[in-house]
Every structure is written in C-alpha cells, then in structure tokens.
Design a protein around this ligand. Structure first.
Ligand code: TXA
Ligand code: MG
Length: 347
C-alpha cells in the first residue's frame, strides 16, 4: 500500500528524533537519517553492519541546498544538477566545513543527490519545511537499505527482510523504477582534469559528456591506499548467498545439463530464450533491454537466492555500453556470492 501524508509526518518526526526511516528512491530503497546528526548517522552504520570508513550519500530536497553541503562547487556541478536532478546521479564534491566526518568517512568530499522518487521528494521537502533537522541542514543521509554487502532492496518488503525491526518506519512506494544504484561522479579532480566515474548507473558517461563536454574517466574503484571509497566497489558487493556463475547464452543449456548430471540443483537467470530443459529448479526471465533488466534484477536475484539451490546460473548480457551498469552489478554479484567462498563451477 502506498504511504500517505500521515506516514510522511511520522517519518519527519522520527528523523527529527534521530531515528531511522527507510524510504523509496527511483534507484533502490534508502535507509535514512538526519545527515547533520552524527548520532542518527551512527545508527545507520549499526543497522547495516557497515564499516565506519564508508561514506554515505546525502539526499537533498533541491539543488538550492547544494552549497550548505559542498564548497568550491564547479560550474559543471550546477550544469549536471540542472540536467539530471531530481534523478539517479550522485555528485562527489568538496565538503562544506560543517559536514560531519560521520557522513564522509573522514574524507574531504561528500556525495550529494536529489532523488526523483515522488515519496523521497515529498519526505525531503516536508523535512525541510519542518525546520530541516539539526542546524536546518535539510539533508537525509541514506545508503541502500540492505545489510552490508548484500543485494540492494527494490521493494519495501525487501527492506523488512534485510533490516527487520532495526528501522522505525518503512515508507512503501512500491517497486523502484530504476532498480540499480545511482551513477556516482567525482567532481573533485583539479580543474582541467576530467571528472571520474566511480560507479556506473542509469546516467551514462555519454549523457554526462553531452552536458559538460567532457567524457568522465572510468576509474578502478579503489583509493590509492586500498581503502574502498565506494562501498559498492568492493568485489563482494550486491551478492546473493548462493554461488552465482555467469555463462554465455550458447553454453547455458549445456551448463544446466552438466549440473543435472552431477545432481546439483541450479536456478537460472536469463533474458533471451527460456532454457527448454526442465532441470533448473527455479528460472527467472528478465526483459532483454538494459533498463527493463536493471529494474527487475535485484528482486529476481533475491527470489532465486531463496530457492536455496547449489548454484545460480546467469546468462551473460551483451558487452555493450548500454549494459555497462548491469554488467558491473552482475560481476560483483558473481564475485561476492556464496558465503563460504565455495567455487562457483558447474563441474
Ligand atoms: O542510488 C543510490 O545511490 C542509493 C539511494 C538510496 O540513493 N544509495 C546508495 O548508497 O547506493 P550506498 O551507501 O549503498 O552507496 C553509495 C556510495 C557509497 O558506497 C559510498 O562509498 C559512495 O557512495 N560515496 C559516498 N560519499 C562518497 C565520497 N565522498 N567519495 C567517494 N564515494 C562516496
Ligand atoms: Mg549500498
């Protein structure tokens, strides 16, 4: 059931009191707290089981709030905000002096975005109208509302499965329309250097180039000292507990058959032909376009994980730029899947 105005008022009250509220964004559900209240932010880390050096994204009601949170904002930031906000693009900017290191993981930068989901915007605007929390800053910090390292939730029920009673209120906005996390673009490189794409998402490097005239540099996701700056950049992110193996479309039927012969139970995630062999215990067929696929990917992985098979076989997707964000998530899911480090091989 969609949340109503009364629920938003309750959410505002909880945030003012330093409590957690989960809410839908257009990408995935977020686990929110007043971003200017370090105690409240600490509750996010505790609920997720997330290491304290992983910075959080701060959600804002509009780009007019940008300069409370960031300093030395380059012109391209305003151009990108104008083009893509509200929407699935997170900008990394130098942080304003008041921004707590609980948010930034001790870094000198902060991640900011204005989400496009109507419920998220209604919550952010209502929070600002009610005074904006600590120091009137009006920012809601929200990582994806899953336990650390797990699949991001794209439905309210997933949030409950992940976090249970650790969250005071879950606003239900139905299924998230984008389905994978926002594009993260680092605008802190010195003038003259291209911005850096830290995480691929719905907003593509080419779309960014069309706005600012420069193609972002697509970077390896580790800081120089090996500290992960983008938590989704850890190899073991977005992972189901069942081992997961990527297989080319041509070899899918053969892989299923081999598993059947070795009496191992498998689930299949495909996007072209449904394998005609009935040996798979659970099969999900996703749309064959990248946007449709992204929208349904995480819910499908959750379902297949629950089927408790020995292996999830995933039909490989095309190696084209349009599929880059999905490819990134599948690679990480394959790298992180299976808690015991069991080798994901169909042999
Ligand atoms: O779509 C999204 O971005 C969702 C929704 C809820 O907005 N949020 C999300 O948050 O994916 P999270 O915390 O799961 O991933 C955001 C990533 C973090 O892993 C963090 O490392 C990175 O953004 N990040 C935040 N601030 C940063 C900074 N100052 N420098 C580099 N990376 C940063
Ligand atoms: Mg996350």
């Amino acid at each position: 059931m969609p949340s109503d105005v009364h629920e938003i008022d309750r959410a505002v009250g909880l945030l003012q009191a330093g409590e957690l509220v989960a809410f839908p964004t257009e990408t995935v559900y977020g686990l929110g707290a007043d971003a200017a209240n370090p105690t409240a932010v600490g509750r996010i880390f505790a609920a997720k089981g997330r290491p304290a050096d992983h910075p959080l994204i701060v959600h804002l009601p509009a780009d007019g709030y940008l300069d409370r949170w960031a300093r030395e904002i380059p012109a391209v930031a305003w151009e990108l905000a104008e083009a893509f906000w509200p929407g699935p693009l997170t900008l990394i900017l130098k942080r304003a002096p008041a921004v707590s290191s609980a948010i930034t993981g001790g870094q000198d930068s902060v991640g900011l975005r204005v989400p496009a989901h109507p419920l998220a915007l209604a919550l952010l605007r209502a929070y600002a109208r009610a005074g904006g929390g600590v120091d009137g800053m009006s920012g809601i910090a929200a990582p994806s509302a899953n336990r650390f390292g797990r699949i991001s939730p794209t439905e309210a029920a997933h949030v409950h499965d992940e976090l249970g009673d650790a969250v005071g209120l879950i606003l239900d906005g139905g299924r998230c329309p984008v389905g994978i996390e926002s594009t993260i673009l680092d605008l802190t490189p010195a003038a003259g250097l291209p911005p850096r794409l830290l995480r691929p998402g719905r907003v593509t490097p080419e779309q960014i180039r069309m706005v600012i005239g420069v193609l972002p540099e697509i970077v390896g996701h580790q800081a120089d000292d090996g500290t992960p700056r983008v938590s989704g950049s850890l190899a073991a992110h977005y992972a189901p507990t069942t081992p997961l193996l990527l297989v080319t479309p041509e070899r899918l039927a053969e892989a299923i058959e081999r598993l059947r012969c070795s009496r191992r139970r498998c689930a299949v995630l495909c996007h072209s032909e449904l394998p005609d062999d009935g040996a798979a215990l659970a099969v999900r067929r996703l749309p064959s376009d990248p946007r449709g696929y992204a929208r349904t990917l995480y819910a499908a992985l959750r379902d297949l994980d629950r089927a408790a098979t020995d292996l999830i076989l995933v039909e490989e997707i095309p190696a084209t730029p349009a599929w880059a964000a999905v490819a990134d998530r599948l690679r990480r899911a394959a790298a992180g899947a299976g808690r015991n480090g069991e080798a994901a091989t169909p042999r």
